[in-house]
Each structure stands twice: as C-alpha cells, then as structure tokens.
Design a protein around this ligand. Structure first.
Ligand code: AMP
Ligand code: GLY
Length: 429
C-alpha cells in the first residue's frame, strides 16, 4: 500500500526509515519531509496545516495509511477533517481526533482527566484572568518550587518552575493578563513540583487495546548537566536503566490501563500514539504530561529497537486488532545525539553546508532540519539539524558510537551535548 507520513523532523525521518523497510509499503510519501526523507521516500511540498492539500494528496497518490507526526494538526482537528471527507472513508489514520488530542492540547483537560480516572499526577489547580486574585493567593500559600503551565500548546516552552513566590506571582500575572505564551496562557495550571527522575513511556492505542513500546529518556536542556534553556530535545536513550520491570508494571497498571479506560469512558476512540511523560518519585510513577504523538528525538531511539514490521502494528491499531498482534524489541541500547545550529534554541542561521556525512560509521542518521540545495547539496534548515542514532550491546558502546559520529559531521556553528546517556552510565554503575 501507499503510505503518507506528515511532518519534517527527525521523528518523521525515523518513521520513514522504519516504514520503508516494511513488506506492506509500496510507495512512501512524506509531507513536507526533509533532505533525509527525500532519499528514501517522495517528499510532497504540502504543509500539514493545509488540510485540503493533505486530503488531495491522499486521493492523488492513492494513500491507504497516514501517520501524523506532530501535535499541531492533531490538536487543530486534521483527523476529524479527513474522516469527514466521503472520498477518504477507507483511509486508515494513525493519530487521534481533536478531542483525543486534548490530552496534549489542553493541560487543564489532561489534569481533569487524570483526576477523574485516578491517574497519579501532581496536585494542581487551574486559573484564568477572572480568577487571577485567587491564583495569586493560591501560589502565595503553595510550597516551593511551584510549577506554572500554560494550558495550550506552547512548543515545549509553556512550563515555568518558579523558585520564589514573587516569581510565581509575576509569571502568573504575565501569563493571564499580559499574553505571555499568547492564547496558550489564557488558562494556567499551577501544580506541585515533583522530585524524581524523568522518563517517557510510549503507547500505541487502537481505542481499546494497547501496546507499550520501549521507554526512553530525553535530554531537554541545551547545556551539559541539564543546564540552560529548554529545547525540543538534544538526545535520547532507550532503554532507561532505572525503569526496571516492576516500575514499568506500575506504569502499565496505574497509568496506561486507566488512561485507555478513561478515553473509552469519555467516548474518545483514540487511534494513535500516547506519549506519557513520567516522573519516577521513589519508585512510583506520576504523570507530568501526555502528548498525542511520538516524541522527537525519542522516536529516533524507540523505532530502531523495534524489530517487527511497524506497518503491521500500525494497521492493527487502525483496525482495532492490537490484541491479536505481537512485536519484538531488541535488547540492545539505542542512543541518539542531536546536532543543532549554533544559537539554538534562540536565533540561529540556516543554509550552512553539511559535510563529511559519508564518513560516519556504525550509526543511523536521521535528518531533522535539513534541506537539499541545488548548488550546495545538503544544508541546515532548522535549529535541530541531525539526530545520530547508535545501537550497541552496551550503553557505553552506543554512547561512544553516537558521539564519534556527532564529532565527525561538520557544519558551521555545529553544537551538540557530549553528555547524552552519561548520567545513566553512572546510574548503572
Ligand atoms: P512539560 O512541557 O509538561 O513536559 O514540562 C516541561 C518540563 O518541566 C518537564 O519535562 C519536567 O522536566 C518539568 N516539569 C513539568 N511539570 C513538573 C512537575 N510537576 N514537577 C517537576 N518538574 C516538572
Ligand atoms: N522530546 C520531547 C517531545 O517530543 O515533546
């Protein structure tokens, strides 16, 4: 069958790489894609926010399966739109509808959902401009640090961890009355700070049944030892050594099962990925957030560990047959290191020539922000440029291979973290 992947990052290149190996895949399209996906699929110059353009591409290219990579079109109702088109009635789509995507699109929705279905999460209250005074009083009596979250999508920037009451009150006011984070901050969730170690668990849901995919840890900050500004993600590791079998069993029983049951009880037929961001607090899982999609760069370590045909799994999800399907996971460790443009996550330049790609060995390279320039070849085209994934029998081995390749590839302004996975090596020792 012909398959379409929507998105243009490292996550989508990883999906394209895995799906291009599938026996089910005849022709693979990525919209809009990048220079990496162009090598293994046909890029279509269509924005995933152009719902009519996407529908037309599905018809023109006889697409039978669509995988929606990023959250924005999900939260904006792309799936609802496609499902409402009579000509697309038989197209299978991996990605929740607008209501399901509220798990990510509204922190207030997801907090209420977790409270209603008994899913462990930090205690919280939500405030709006009308309840600002209550909010200021609430944060004044709250323990420190206190966490403030913009309700809506804020590209990973909408969370403030305030160390003082004054900072919390100023931030709350700025979000609710001065448009900090735009309309995403019209509602603010104020929540308890959780102390523990973070990791992410990925679930594929068919609406009733689920499969838990390999877990991962990502590295969000720009600087080594988790310092500096938050980014989309500077690297990731799977598996996560501190997530032992008993912890993952707790995640399944206390988080995954009630989440699926809650979605059904709400009448949401959730077909797609649920990314559960978790804090391990003294061996107990607490949900920090849900995302309605796979993570980036987590996908770049999760998919390389899945040995089975991914399309078989995706079709089973679309057809409510996940309980009849199995998949196998490699026991090896995957590490990805992300190369970024100098200046990222603040201002950076694009169009830098990328060289020495042919010199890297023993890794899989996923393009994140690249483009093909007619004269210059592969050039940088985003903040995150490449994600370099290595698989090895040991964590150290995977770290070393990924780092070696990261050092080899060249472009003006290249930066990457040299400590991806190093904390986990220490932990396992
Ligand atoms: P989010 O956008 O919800 O993933 O939050 C961004 C980051 O803020 C998370 O990855 C955590 O590191 C941190 N964070 C969010 N909520 C909490 C919390 N309740 N306690 C501690 N850290 C948090
Ligand atoms: N790496 C975090 C995310 O995809 O949201």
């Amino acid at each position: 069958m012909n398959i379409l992947i929507l998105g243009s990052g490292g996550r989508e290149h990883a999906f394209a790489w895995k799906i291009s190996q599938s026996l089910h895949c005849e022709k693979l399209y990525v919209a809009p894609g990048n220079a990496g996906t162009a090598q293994i699929a046909q890029n279509l110059p269509i924005s995933y926010n152009d719902f009519e353009g996407v529908a037309k591409a599905i018809i023109d290219h006889k697409i039978k399966l669509v995988i929606v990579g990023p959250e924005e079109p999900l939260v904006n109702g792309l799936v609802d739109y496609l499902k409402s088109q009579p000509k697309l009635a038989r197209v299978k789509i991996i990605g929740p509808d607008r209501l399901g995507a509220q798990l990510e699109g509204s922190k207030d929705f997801s907090k209420n959902f977790m409270t209603k279905y008994g899913i462990p999460t930090a205690a919280s209250r939500t405030f709006t401009a009308e309840t600002l005074e209550d909010g200021l009083a609430y944060v004044a009596s709250h323990s420190l640090p206190v966490v403030l979250k913009a309700d809506g999508l804020a590209a990973g920037k909408g969370v403030i961890i305030a160390e003082t009451t004054a900072e919390a009150q100023t931030t709350l006011k700025e979000m609710l009355t001065e448009g900090k984070f735009g309309s995403a901050g019209n509602k603010v969730v104020v929540e308890q700070f959780l102390r523990g170690i973070e990791l992410s668990v990925f679930v594929l849901s068919d609406g009733v049944n689920y499969k838990i995919l390999p877990e991962a840890k990502d590295y969000k900050r720009i600087g080594e030892n988790d310092t500096g500004l938050n980014t989309g993600g500077m690297g990731a590791v799977s598996p996560v050594v501190f997530a032992d079998e008993s912890f993952l069993k707790k995640v399944e029983n206390k988080v995954v099962k009630p989440t699926l049951a809650g979605l059904q009880a709400e009448g949401i037929q959730y077909i797609g990925f649920i990314f559960v961001g978790l804090m391990n607090v003294k061996g107990e899982p607490f949900v920090i957030e849900y995302n309605a999609r796979m993570g980036d760069p987590e996908t770049e370590v999760v998919l390389p560990r899945i040995q089975s045909d991914l399309v078989t799994l995706l079709l089973a999800a679309a057809d409510q047959k996940l309980s009849d399907t199995d998949f196998t996971v490699s026991p090896q460790t995957a590490v990805t290191t992300v190369l970024v443009s100098g200046g990222y996550p603040e201002a950076y330049t694009k169009g830098q020539i990328i060289s020495d790609l042919e010199k890297i060995e023993e890794v899989t390279m996923f393009h994140a922000g690249t483009a093909l320039d007619e004269n210059l070849g592969v050039v940088t085209n985003g903040g995150r440029v490449l994600a370099i994934t290595a698989l090895a029998n040991s964590l150290e081995g995977a770290v070393n291979r990924s780092q070696k390749a990261a050092a080899t590839v060249q472009f003006e302004g290249k930066y990457y973290r040299k400590d991806i996975g190093v904390d986990l090596i220490r932990y396992q020792d």
